[in-house]
Design a protein around this ligand. Structure first.
Ligand SMILES: C[S@@+](CC[C@H](N)C(=O)[O-])C[C@H]1O[C@@H](n2cnc3c(N)ncnc32)[C@H](O)[C@@H]1O
Length: 236
């Protein structure tokens, strides 16, 4: 895909799927490298905030290779993981040694899951990739039970200008370099910065969740807002 993976048009979803199908074999390795293994800690924080208990129904949308779904299941939740990349799902299923998680292929903006069904719905590094992030939030909200928790972890936009500049420069220059060296595909990793530029990040997600009439909406900043976790509760 010579022109790159980001396009703000009707080809967007297809390009994103092609991207993840391509990088699936090296996804976990590069994730560790580009985040200096920190993404594991950020996902742990997500799980702590989700606070799953045994038997609760949890949905991890855009589950990728399954980090969050596996962590939810390890806490005893009854977990469904959904993604539209078969290559990512195959890796997730291979990691689920107990075969306790239902991994299923589907579009996070239009799942076939029932209304008001899940106690917890998580999305880690997924919302920024959707062609319409508000449609994604509506879908998350639809499938969450009244009183259930919604958690969105993604790249954020730091408000302190020098830090934002430094961080965006890292995403723009260093991250595609990792992609070039380890995946022979710099555009696949240039995509992170491109998609973030077109994403309203933590403030937009918070606004979207409030517009859906969620309560207890909070933004948890990590590394000065370079990463953020939006948390909200669906009104009873
Ligand atoms: C950056 S990865 C994140 C994977 C995983 N959640 C993690 O944190 O490691 C984004 C994932 O979202 C999936 N994805 C993007 N758009 C999607 C959509 N519309 N429906 C379902 N999955 C989607 C991609 O296939 C990819 O696996």
């Amino acid at each position: 895909m010579a022109e790159g993976y980001f396009a703000n048009d009707e080809t967007r979803a297809e390009r994103v799927r092609a991207l993840f199908d391509t990088i699936a074999p090296r996804y976990d390795f590069i994730n560790d490298l580009q985040s200096l293994w920190l993404h594991r800690r950020w996902k742990k924080r997500l799980i702590t905030l989700a606070n799953p208990t045994a038997g609760q129904r949890a949905l991890d949308l855009c589950c990728g290779t399954g980090d969050v779904a596996l962590a939810l299941a390890a806490r005893g939740a009854d977990v469904t993981g959904m993604d539209f990349s078969q290559a990512m799902l195959d890796r997730a299923s291979a990691r689920d040694k107990n075969k306790s998680i239902t991994f299923t292929k589907g579009d996070a903006m239009e799942t076939d899951l029932p209304d008001n069904h899940f106690d917890i719905v998580t999305m880690a590094y997924g919302l920024r990739n959707l062609a319409d992030f508000e449609a994604g939030l509506r879908e998350i909200h639809r499938v969450t039970k009244p009183g259930g928790r919604i958690l969105v972890l993604d790249f954020g936009k730091p408000t302190f200008t020098p830090w934002r500049w430094l961080y965006f420069t890292y995403l723009k220059i260093a991250v595609p370099l990792f992609g070039k060296i380890f995946c022979r595909d710099a555009p696949a990793y240039a995509y992170i910065h491109e998609s973030l530029e077109h994403y309203p990040a933590q403030q937009g997600v918070d606004k979207g969740l409030r517009e859906l009439d969620c309560c207890d909406c909070t933004i948890h900043k990590i590394l000065g807002g370079a990463m953020t976790i939006n948390v909200a509760v669906k009104q009873k």
